[in-house]
Ligand binder design. Structure first.
Ligand code: MN
Length: 153
C-alpha cells in the first residue's frame, strides 16, 4: 500500500511539473473573435480569431484571419517574420516593388523579417489563413499605410 501511494504521489507530482511542457489544448471558441480594425490594420471585412499566444519555445502568436472578397491587410512589416497557412479560398500576397502573387488553400507563405508586404483575399474570393507571427521585444508587426484600390487591383 505504501508503495502504491508513493507511486501515486510521484505520478501527481509528475503531472504538475510537466504542466509547462505538457499538452495544452485551447478549445475552439476559447478566445473571442474580433472584427479587424479599419483603416489602421485592414481594408474591408475581416474577422480575427486569436488561437495561441507566444511562449518561450515558439515566440510566435497564432491567429486565424478570414478576409471577405476585396479585404486585405494594410502594408506592414514583421520584425521577426511571419508564416501563413492558407486554410481556405484564394488570396493575394505582395512584397513591395514586386508582382502580386496568388495563393490557394494548402499553400504556406513565409515573409522574412522587415519585408514590407500585404496579404488578403482576391477581389472575387474570400480567403482565410492561420498566421504565426514571431515576436521580438514584445512586438510582432509594424502597420503602415493602407493598400490603395489601384495597388490592390
Ligand atoms: Mn504579414
Amino acid at each position: 500500500m505504501k508503495k502504491i501511494l508513493a507511486a501515486a504521489a510521484m505520478s501527481t507530482m509528475g503531472a504538475v511539473s510537466a504542466g509547462a511542457e505538457g499538452i495544452e489544448i485551447r478549445p475552439n471558441g476559447a478566445t473571442p473573435s474580433v472584427i479587424g480594425k479599419t483603416p489602421d490594420n485592414f481594408t474591408g471585412h475581416t474577422v480575427i480569431t486569436p488561437l495561441f499566444p507566444p511562449n518561450d519555445t515558439t515566440r510566435a502568436n497564432a491567429g486565424l484571419v478570414t478576409f471577405a472578397p476585396g479585404a486585405r491587410t494594410t502594408w506592414h512589416t514583421h520584425p521577426a517574420g511571419q508564416l501563413l497557412f492558407i486554410t481556405s479560398g484564394q488570396g493575394w500576397v505582395q512584397e513591395e516593388g514586386k508582382e502580386r502573387r496568388t495563393v490557394n488553400a494548402g499553400d504556406v507563405v513565409w515573409f522574412a523579417a522587415g519585408v514590407k508586404h500585404w496579404h488578403g483575399a482576391t477581389a472575387t474570393s474570400p480567403m482565410a489563413h492561420i498566421a504565426m507571427t514571431y515576436v521580438v521585444d514584445g512586438k510582432n508587426v509594424d502597420w503602415l499605410e493602407p493598400v490603395s484600390d489601384e495597388q490592390y487591383r
